[in-house]
Design a binder for this molecule. Sequence first.
Ligand code: GLV
Ligand code: MG
Length: 311
Amino acid sequence: MVASRSRRSVLAVPGSSPRFIAKARGLPVDAFFLDLEDAVAPAEKDAARVAVVDALNEGGWDGRLRTVRVNALDTPWTYRDVVAVVEGAGAALDCLVLPKVTGPDQVRWLDLLLTQIERATGLEPGRIGIEAQIEDARGVSRVDEIAAASPRLESLVFGPADFMASVNMRSLVVGEQPAGYDVGDAYHYVLMRILMAARANGLQAIDGPYLAVHDVDAFRRAARRSAALGFDGKWVLHPLQVDAANEVYAPDQDDYDHAERILEAYAHATEVERRGAVMLGAEMLDEASRKMALVIAEKGRAAGLQRSDPR
Ligand code: GLV
Ligand code: MG
């Protein structure tokens, strides 16, 4: 079962910046992550941990998914990040984001460390989830094992910036198509690998950032591509990108109403009339139609949509 928490817009917030943290409180995103990794300079890592713990404990995040991105396991910082954040603010934290995941052992390491901290501090066992960033050739080549590594996993997240560097992709505009490749979407393969691994393990699939933050039309174009494939949301870096992400990754109102009508008609057919196939207007419905409708209905409900059609 794909986790039903809404992650249409996932806001990146540098953990060392009180100004950005304060701004983030006012933005209508579904989720945010306070960053201890690439948006924080090495000399600021210690101070950022303290700022992140304070920001979580101070609250004011009403209903949004609260996550923190720790440093990758090829640095000396990861274990301190996890211990400081979870001991300091575990009750105010929903997930940890683990970047640059290259294999399932890294996810298991984080799962075990979380379990130890929960036991030592009396936090509810297993409540804190894990989001794994897939952002280099090694991560992509082991994405199926990574996706199955822990029951704490909630999502796989594409990291286009690190990925482009890892495969020598010829573009410096993160999330944009590389010039010279004009026969399709240069990210299609990796997005589909991530999506298949996520869906095979009941996880959400989240698209990464688009760095030309003032070009909202270009952001929308990139977001529409992954949303069309089935992705659940995308990172946002700037207030201008928030509404676009919330809109693109939610089903539109007509599709949502239609999906709820299919569920109603099919439930009536199977439960009351005991039939496996039924007509809804000119459309024939069967069990596969119910599953497709359920995906759209659940996304719509998670995004707060209400039925607008007469019943
Ligand atoms: C995000 O972490 C990225 O590398 O794009
Ligand atoms: Mg990255």
